[in-house]
Design a protein around this ligand. Structure first.
Ligand SMILES: [Zn+2]
Length: 143
């Protein structure tokens, strides 16, 4: 292949490109414009993903917060002090309930009556106390 042939090929290629420019030029512009808007879009997406990330972190934090609150509610918010009222003498006594066991018998310090749960209650606090026992408060199955 000599110089002239190469030149003519180049020339005809150039001529072909110029001749067809009316066809590919709009596509080039559209392509460039598309690339520009794609870049702008991806930039916007980056901003959005930052927003999504922030929202994600916020939701994660909220989830942890709710989980923490729930575990606090599960473990610590049960009222442990209940005032027992003796059905025999109406004597009231404030007692601290055990969290790991139910108290089935309770002796009234005033009339010495041994109290037992009534109505299939699990413990004396559920029957005679002002507050149900911790497992009932937490909606758990009682011992
Ligand atoms: Zn009593």
């Amino acid at each position: 292949m000599n110089f002239n042939t190469r030149h003519s090929i180049l020339g005809s290629t150039l001529a072909f490109i110029i001749a067809t420019s009316c066809c590919w030029l709009p596509f080039l512009i559209i392509g460039l414009g598309g690339a520009t808007s794609l870049m702008a879009f991806s930039e916007g997406l980056e901003k959005f993903s930052g927003l999504f990330m922030t929202a994600g972190i916020a939701f994660l934090g909220l989830g942890i917060y709710q989980y923490y609150n729930k575990s606090v509610a599960d473990n610590k918010e049960a009222i442990l002090v209940s005032t027992l009222t003796c059905p025999e003498c109406r004597h009231k006594k404030e007692e601290t309930m055990p969290t790991n066991a139910c108290q089935y018998f309770y002796e009234c310090e005033n009339c010495k009556t041994i109290l037992k749960p009534i109505n299939n209650d699990c413990c004396v606090y559920c029957s005679y106390g002002t507050v149900a026992c911790p497992p009932i408060q937490l909606n758990e199955n009682c011992c």
